[in-house]
Each structure stands twice: as structure tokens, then as C-alpha cells.
Design a binder for this molecule. Sequence first.
Ligand code: ADP
Ligand code: MG
Length: 335
Amino acid sequence: MLSTAEIGIDLGTANILIYSKTKGIVLNEPSVVAIDVNTKQVVAVGTEAKQMVGKTPQNIIPIRPLKDGVIADYDVTAQMLKEFLKKVSKKIGMSMRKPIVVVCTPSGSTTVERRAIHNAVTSYGAKQVHLIEEPVAAAIGSDLPVDEPVANVVVDIGGGTSEVGIISFGGVVSCNSVRTGGDKMDEEIIHHIRKKYNILIGERTAENVKMEIGYAHPNHDEETMEIRGRDMVSGLPKTVIITSTEIHYALKESLDSILETIRATLENCPPELSGDIVDHGIVLTGGGALLRGMQEWLSNELIVPVHLAPNPLESVAIGTGRALKMINKLQKAAK
Ligand code: ADP
Ligand code: MG
């Protein structure tokens, strides 16, 4: 007899990951869909669609349906999800037919949005669908002892949003979300290059700059990078050399907004749990946690220990998959 497949889905604003209990991460692709505006058909999803960003003919537009942490277009989201499930079902084989699915949704999502996700997964043939909150999944996937009565603080810096959650005894004690994450940082880099050099660069160039020479901490050994864009005066391609120091200052506003969100959450923490935070500190996860110097900078600012999760880009997916056996308990705690 075939056993039922159990899978976890991290429906992130930048990346979608699917985790299978038996095979681990089976899909990790950007949450992007390319749509033909004339026929409304999905032309490409994931990696293939992301490669089209900024390069498509007019009738084909790449969409990030979850961009700001809210589901801008749930038809598109549902179509995208189905395409990914189709890809994965081949990998996992027949047992995928009636899987039990746990989906992690952005914590700001509304009831209507959650129902849309639920329906999309159910219509794909899932036997059961459970939705869990992002901070809980992030904490489980970061190996934190979420079901113990201690404060587990997790900060998940994603593409569209950053979420801060305090979890104790299997439930969320307090949490906050801010619409600032990696995307805002990319936008700030684009804005800075336009203002200082009169050069237009694309989102992908900006993301590369952030990953290569972005620093959270102002005190670092300065690095430089050559970038190319379009000169706004001549309209022609132009190359300039930029420094990590100027990029740090370009990112400052996003960084400060994430810091303030963490601070506000810690200040709301029940006093009995505050002591735990001083001892155990907080765990950083999400792609934005990989910005250089993030750990040291936050630790200096907050005066608590800050740790990096073992696999920041995968913690939520792993936690979602692992959450299955805790689901009943978590649901009870939430009541
Ligand atoms: P989401 O959960 O919202 O889908 P992720 O956790 O997958 O987001 O993180 C995606 C974000 O992390 C993107 O903005 C990406 O640019 C950023 N990111 C990934 N790697 C790095 C890195 N090495 N340095 C800085 N930012 C990074
Ligand atoms: Mg995420």
C-alpha cells in the first residue's frame, strides 16, 4: 500500500519551497509567473519566469503575485501553486495523488486570502490542508524548542516582508510584521544609483549589488563593484564603480525599519519571558538574514545574542514540513 505523502509549502514573497517528509526540499524556485496578457495563460513559472523579468516582449509580463506579503492576485497565485505542485508530483511519484499539505502563509494574510490558498491546494487533490503561521514555521525549522515554555524569538527577513515572532509553548505570544525586506533594499539601491549617478539599473542588478557588497554594519572593510545601467541623460549604457559604504547608507532606512520592528516586539514581550531572550537571544532567518554583518549589527543594537538559523533560506519550508506532527497541538494552543 502506498503511504500518504506529507508535504510542506513555504509560500514566500520571493521564493516558494516545497518540502517532502521523505525527500526533503523538492522544489525551490522564485515566486514569479509569466503571463500572456492577451490569452491570460501562464507562459512560465519560477526560475524560468524570473529570468524574463525586465526582458519580455510587451504581451508577456512576469508577475510576483505575493510581492508585498499580501496576495495581490489569487487566481494567479493559485495557478502558480498548481504548476509547482505538478512539477513536484512527478518527482515524488504516485503517492502525491492525495497528499496531506501544510502551507505557511504570510502572517498578514486575510481570511479570504487564506481560503483562496486552501482552495487552490484542495482543488489539486490534497487529502487535508493545514495553514500555519510563518513565525511558527520559521521557529520550528530553525530547530528552536517551540513547545517548551521558553521565549523563542525568530526574525524572518524575506523579500516583501520581515516578520518577528515570539513563540512559547507551541503558540505565538506576540508577533509583528513590516512590509520591508529584501525587495525594499533593492529599490533603495536603484533609487540611490539613479540619484547619485543618473543611471537606471534593473531589479536584478540591484539584488546582485546587495548580495555582493551590501553590509548591515557601517564598519567594514570597504569593497567596490562595477555596475552597468542606462545613463538617463544620454540614454546609452554606462558603467560606474560603486562602494559598499554608499550601499550601506542606501540600505539604512530598510535596516532601521526592521530593527524598530524587532525592538517593538521585544518591548511587548511578557516580563517572565524577557529574561529568556537575554539568555537565549534571537534567531535570524530568511534570505535577508544573509546580508553581511546583519547578525553583529542587530546584536550590537539590541544588546542580546543574535544567531543565524542553520539554513536561512529553507527554515520555513523545513518547519512547515515538520509542523505536521505538531499541528494538532498547535491548533489546540491557538484556541
Ligand atoms: P520570502 O520568504 O519572502 O520568499 P526569502 O526568505 O526567500 O523571502 O528571501 C528572499 C530575499 O532574500 C530576497 O530579497 C533576496 O534578495 C534576499 N537574499 C538572498 N540571499 C541574500 C544574501 N546573500 N544577501 C542579502 N540578501 C539576500
Ligand atoms: Mg519566507
